[in-house]
Design a protein around this ligand. Structure first.
Ligand code: FES
Length: 106
């Protein structure tokens, strides 16, 4: 069961265990991690589940599809490593994944 560490904008951290096959957003919601609104419930249509994968990690997960790339143009403060957490599935290969959360989603 891979662990994921979420780092809030203020530097506080929370490490959770995720079942392989869930998305980063689902892992966060199941473990009461704050900072993701996820208003559309994971359908990739709201961009309120924006997160940043640490450099190195964003190259180890599946690449964003064209819909996610378009939605990422709408987020506040996009950076290298920006992803919609509802579109990134966790696998056992992602043990130790580090996810930074933005200061806000709007
Ligand atoms: S939860 Fe809406 S785009 Fe991810």
């Amino acid at each position: 069961m891979p662990d994921i560490t979420f780092i809030q904008h203020d530097g506080s951290r929370q490490t959770v265990f995720a079942k392989a096959g869930v998305t980063i957003m689902q892992a966060a919601m199941e473990n009461m991690v704050e900072g993701l609104e996820a208003e559309c419930g994971g359908s990739g249509s709201c961009a309120t589940c924006h997160c940043y994968l640490s450099l190195g990690w964003h190259q180890k997960v599946q690449a964003p599809d064209s819909n996610e790339e378009q939605m990422l143009e709408m987020v506040i403060e996009p950076k290298e490593g920006s992803r919609l957490s509802c579109q990134v599935k966790v696998t056992d290969a992602h043990d130790g994944l580090i996810v930074h959360l933005p200061e806000c989603q709007y």
